[in-house]
Design a protein around this ligand. Structure first.
Ligand code: TK8
Length: 336
């Protein structure tokens, strides 16, 4: 009897020690620097906070993620390079700013590609989105999940833009991405590529007249302080992508990788829901803050789409014809 109890106790102790040992070995104390471009009080900032808290929970507080808002670690491009070099662990950037590393990401910049968020989610989380992420690995980056930046709209400080011709002569800041430059030049604007981190100052000093971003960003970045006119165009659905440094990633244990991955997926679900809720309120808020809102007619949007066609053809011709076809095919399937 006594012998039996001792044996059971010893067995229980062994299991306990084994479990404890496994956990102690699998999660090391790590500081994870997560840089992002928007303000702390933004959909991006809220999701970054969620991600940090979720990761702490999953790793018993071992993986300590610290968020760096407002591009304090650098612009999208600078952070991508810091990740590649191993100087920073994680970031979230617009996929449009990744085209210098994997030009296939330009496929998401095709104007008027997605009709709604449901289509975007399905494509990004499906084969095309995953296929593109896989291409990052050989470049020193690990793609984890897509967050929603959102459908982009135009703002400017000159005059209301109700039709394409109103864009004539408007100096419009765009992301550092050839599709955006070609598209807006074709529409008659004067496209000026610039990092997001420089944008507020450029608008304030009138170095540029306008810019284009989702309503959430127009609100959280306080662009309403320096931009009077907002035009609802939804010309491109813009994804954000959460990235890890491959150099850093390769040094993580299997359990650590699993935890980061699971937290990233949880943050994606949180972020999309939160962004959509905030987006539904943002337009009213922007009106209250004094912006004059113009809803661009479908006929004018069609003209914009038509004028951007050469930019799309150029992208396809630059070695992306199969990818564009694959994507068009998958979107067609979703619409059936
Ligand atoms: C934030 C940017 C931003 C993007 C832009 O770092 O540059 O206009 O929409 O979200 O990635």
């Amino acid at each position: 009897m006594k012998k039996h109890i001792v044996k059971t106790l010893l067995a229980a102790l062994a299991i306990g020690t084994a479990t404890f040992a496994a956990h102690a070995a699998d999660f090391q104390t790590r500081i994870v620097r997560f840089g992002y471009g928007l303000a702390e009080d933004s959909n991006q900032g809220r999701a970054a906070k969620f991600l940090a808290e979720d990761l702490a929970k999953r790793t018993g507080g071992k993986m300590r993620m610290k968020g760096f808002a407002s591009a304090s670690l650098g612009s999208d491009l600078q952070m991508q390079n810091a990740l590649i070099g191993g100087a920073q662990e994680m970031t979230v950037v617009s996929t449009a700013t990744l085209v210098g590393i994997v030009d296939d990401f330009g496929v998401f910049d095709l104007p008027f590609l997605f009709r709604n968020e449901r289509e975007a989610d399905a494509i990004l989380d499906g084969p095309v989105g995953q296929q593109l992420m896989a291409k990052l690995e050989s470049k020193g980056l690990v793609g984890l999940v897509y967050w929603e930046n959102g459908f982009r709209n135009l703002t400017n400080s000159k005059h209301p833009v109700a039709k394409m011709d109103d864009l004539k002569g408007v100096k419009l800041r765009v992301m550092q991405n050839p599709m955006y430059i070609d598209m807006f030049n074709a529409m008659g604007a004067n496209a000026v590529p610039l990092a997001f981190s420089e944008l507020f100052t450029a608008l304030e000093s009138r170095t540029v007249d306008g810019q284009e971003n989702p309503v959430n960003t127009i609100e959280s970045s306080k662009f309403y302080e320096v931009q009077k006119y907002l035009s609802i165009t939804k010309h491109v659905y813009s994804p954000w992508i959460v990235l890890a440094s491959k150099k850093w990633w390769d040094g993580l244990s299997a359990d650590e990788k699993k935890a980061v991955q699971a937290s990233a997926v949880a943050s994606r679900d949180f972020e999309r829901k939160d962004s959509r809720e905030a987006g539904a309120k943002a337009l009213d808020d922007l009106k209250k803050k004094g912006m004059q809102v113009t809803v661009v007619s479908d006929a004018e949007l069609d003209r914009m789409r038509e004028s951007a066609r050469p930019a799309v053809t150029k992208f396809a011709a630059a070695g992306h014809a199969d990818l564009v076809k694959q994507l068009d095919g998958e979107i067609a399937k979703l619409r059936k």
